[in-house]
Design a protein around this ligand. Sequence first.
Ligand code: NOJ
Length: 750
Amino acid sequence: MKFIKLFSVCLLLLPFISCKDVAQTKSDAAIEKKVEALLSKMSLEEKIGQMNQISSYGNLEDMAALIKKGEVGSILNEVDPARVNALQRVAMEESHLGIPLLMARDVIHGFKTIFPIPLGQAASFDPQVAHDGARIAAIEAASVGIRWTFAPMIDIARDPRWGRIAEGCGEDTYLTSVMGVAMVKGFQGDSLNSPTSIAACAKHFVGYGAAEGGRDYNSTFIPERRLREVYLPPFEAASKAGAATFMTSFNDNDGVPSTGNSFILKQVLRKEWGFDGFVVSDWASASEMMVHGFAADSKDVAMKAANAGVDMEMVSYTFVKELPGLIKEGKVKESAIDDAVRNILRVKFRLGLFDNPYVDEKKPSVLYAPSHLEAAKQAAVESAILLKNANQTLPLQASVKTVAVVGPMADAPYEQMGTWVFDGDKNHTVTPLNAIKKLVGDKVQVIYEPGLTYSREKNPAGISKAVSAASRADVILAFVGEEAILSGEAHSLADLNLQGDQGALISALAKTGKPVVTVVMAGRPLTIGKEVEESAAVLYSFHPGTMGGPALADLLWGKAVPSGKTPITFPKAVGQIPIYYAHNNTGRPANHDEVLLNDIQVGAGQTSLGCRSFYLDAGVDPLFPFGYGLSYTTFKYSNVKLVSNSLKKNEVLKVTFDLENTGKYEGTEVAQLYVRDKVGSVTRPVKELKRFTRVTLKPGEKKNVTFELPVSELAFWDINMKKVVEPGDFSLWVAPNSQTGEEVFFRVVE
Ligand code: NOJ
């Protein structure tokens, strides 16, 4: 199922155009008129009420009383259509001006039909997957009356200890920008006005993923250049793609909490990017400015948040309580309130809420529609990454007559959905065990012995049982990983090895001498070097959602061929973190042939190891680099050619290459284009992803592929903090991952 239309066209024109057309501009003007007319009728209290978001607290009557007084602009966490309509009716019919409520919910990777976690979707390197996932989430969520989601999360994250790495698109700025835009388009559809569209919320603005030590909510220290190079571009792309709202982040960056940061909210978001939607603070992040030691009391909170450019406050209630007094005292200008309310009303008008405030309770359910399940399965197929496949263990052949299915994730319907699943029902989840049984029928005997019942369990007796089951099988399929609770908000980890006895389970299984196929279902990259060594094949599936089971079964038996690539570097050891491919060069980069710990002679001289930048115990290379992933087939890159290797700043770089399927299966390769600016007025990353494309080839088929890159996209924030393209020498690589590929040179001239 494809939900393409306008989206594909806009995507091609990425990164940085707006898809608004003339009709949109006209309707914008009409909306502005309506906003002004309504604003002129509103009392100060009603205006401030629009800036207040409450979380549903169950009792309809209490909420109705507030709504009647005009004290609520939005409610989060109401998912019963009858209740949504009842509350909306109070707003429309019993409040003074009849301003509709905006109903919100965290619909992060699906409402009922759960797609792979966003990190998994990113592994597909397929914006269509991200788009369709968001579109389906919107259709399902809107069908119960939700018109605003707090997604996409487009925080760059380079530290897998951070539990929220699961919710984003990984470490790369360009990949995150492309996937984020696709999600915005998916949520918002062709027009926000459609009853199946929901407003997107680009979050968390900004820098949240750089939490020190990977500990959630922790402070960040991102200097302006890095902020602009790495963390801001996905948000700029989301804003240009029309994301209706933004959410401030919890962290304080260089001492300033985002909810009180006028530089990011006013200077960057409004002035530089021209954003005209509204900004909501994250849950209580406004009042938490007191805990940070940035605001003295709730009055100080309201003043700092409102003056910084927060339009709506999520559950902190300081606006409602304090803004009237602050305005009287002249500490917050009424014009600032007017601007905030304009931003909120504009989005409500764009959503068509004034004309269609109610959800149709009689419509047939779209929840878990077959087409939605099919799309979720396809997303899970494309998200899986084949990390190892010794002796072509996979796909399993007809000669495999008995498989042992083991491990705590083989039949864990709730856990495989991953983090941020408030509405998905585990009874609709298809686990690998069930899917395998269905797929193989009576052709293959399936012996199920989990060994461990949950990922943190320690149970040597269980391992013995699994080993004895495994000894009766031709192949062992070991499903390990993380329970859903181990990643996501506030769920950071200091140790990224497999939890509990899972490592011991894999070791014990490997000792049987039977081929072990390890399937990892997790919310983050784990340090699985030992398990990779011990396994014949490894398939990594970031929590794959409702249809993870059928997707994995198809992949294991070759009904589908893996095509996912790592959207994040897999470290060998936690001590290597942060480890990411787009780092700057040190003056003494590693040679990759360094002598490591066990080979260093006792009494070796101080400088005998060469004075390079690496860890004595872990080297410099990751377990798996960014962009890495195998297929059942093989691909050959050749004939990389630049149409011109000397380009002016206004020209477009064109590189062509041949991609050939040299193996036996039809497969899809994610070809990647990386660039390096060799010398800059400030140091530049050793590689930066600039383009990628999925190419499907039959066995023996060869295609000539072209990447086009406007030279303007080589711009960076120079020594004077201006975004410029500096003339000079560049390298590029067309490659299957960030660590390989033939280096080709070109020059940018004045
Ligand atoms: C806090 C989280 O940080 C944010 O991502 C989420 O949208 C809000 N809570 C609302 O649940």
